[in-house]
Write a protein that binds this ligand. Structure first.
Ligand SMILES: CC[C@@H](C(=O)O)C(=O)SCCNC(=O)CCNC(=O)[C@H](O)C(C)(C)COP(=O)(O)OP(=O)(O)OC[C@H]1O[C@@H](n2cnc3c(N)ncnc32)[C@H](O)[C@@H]1OP(=O)(O)O
Length: 250
């Protein structure tokens, strides 16, 4: 199994468990995240945490060793669309969702964390929308979420820099909610959130969801997915991925 789902003390935790490949997303993890969404609606936990195994990576994005088989726009689109639906499902969950960013979050990994309500970032973790280095944009909705979330110049810079940022830089540009220096910092954050009634937190989340619906967030994500699928089919993308995969074999 490439993931774990555990419920303890009202917190439903999803852990991506593929540390050897830096917790890259394959079809199994996608299915796991779909299961998580269903479980949140049935179990109604107080909080959801999304994290990953080990300390090296939160998530390195799509598993390029698998997704590199997708060559055309028509082949890439269903994978991008499925994962964008997963991230939209996570973003619009009725309870607070916390990304516990235990290590590097790049590409689609950064998109997953961006879809969450809060990002608790370990001080050594570097995170970035590095998709530009692969001649594509974000394709799971994360670019749209980032542009909604951060100050416009900060968001556009982060997308176009296409490089990992340090935890301090992420706090400064508004992406990180809090830098985690020790385990107790996570417990402190949860404790501070428990000071208000769950119903109050959920009511604020309802306000946010209504706002996203009224600004056609789903349609805007769909446009991001379609555009990325077109770029995916270009030679520049396939060459960049060949390059990444052949480097790692050396
Ligand atoms: C598909 C959707 C799209 C989106 O919409 O956003 C994407 O997500 S595009 C994918 C973007 N991801 C990448 O380009 C991968 C970038 N990876 C890295 O930059 C680094 O691996 C890391 C995450 C910063 C970690 O660095 P480090 O700790 O030094 O590990 P290695 O680089 O040595 O990796 C170990 C091992 O894992 C393999 N690996 C890493 N990421 C992926 C990946 N996304 N897909 C497939 N394989 C990956 C890497 O090749 C190494 O393999 P071996 O050499 O065989 O051990």
């Amino acid at each position: 199994m490439s993931y774990k789902i555990e419920l303890a003390e009202g917190i439903l935790t999803f852990t991506i468990d593929r540390p050897d490949i830096r917790n890259a997303i394959n079809a199994d993890v996608m299915e796991g995240l779909e299961t998580l969404i269903t479980k949140v609606h049935t179990l109604k936990p107080r909080f959801v945490i999304i994290t990953a195994a080990g300390t090296q990576a939160f998530c390195s994005g799509g598993d390029l060793s698998v997704f590199h088989e997708l060559k055309t726009e028509e082949q890439a689109y269903p994978m991008l669309k499925r994962m964008s639906d997963v991230l939209y499902g996570i973003k619009t969950l009725p309870v607070p969702v916390i990304a516990l960013v235990n290590g590097a979050a790049v590409g689609g990994g950064c998109e997953i964390a961006t879809a969450c309500d809060y990002r608790l970032v370990r001080e050594h973790a570097k995170c970035g929308f590095i998709q530009g280095t692969l001649a594509i944009t974000s394709g799971w909705g994360g670019g749209t979420y980032l542009l909604d979330m951060l100050r416009h110049d900060h968001a556009l810079k982060m997308l176009c820099d296409a490089k990992p940022y340090t935890a301090d830089e992420l706090l400064e540009n508004g992406w990180a909610t809090k830098i985690i220096k020790e385990d107790g910092d996570v417990a402190d954050f949860i404790r501070s959130m428990k000071k208000i009634l769950p119903e109050v937190h959920q009511a604020y989340k309802e306000i946010a969801i209504r706002q996203w619906q009224s600004t056609n967030l789903k349609e805007r994500v769909e446009a991001e997915v379609s555009r990325c699928a077109k770029l995916w089919a270009e030679d520049a993308h396939h060459e960049a991925v060949d390059n990444f995969l052949s480097k790692s074999k050396k």
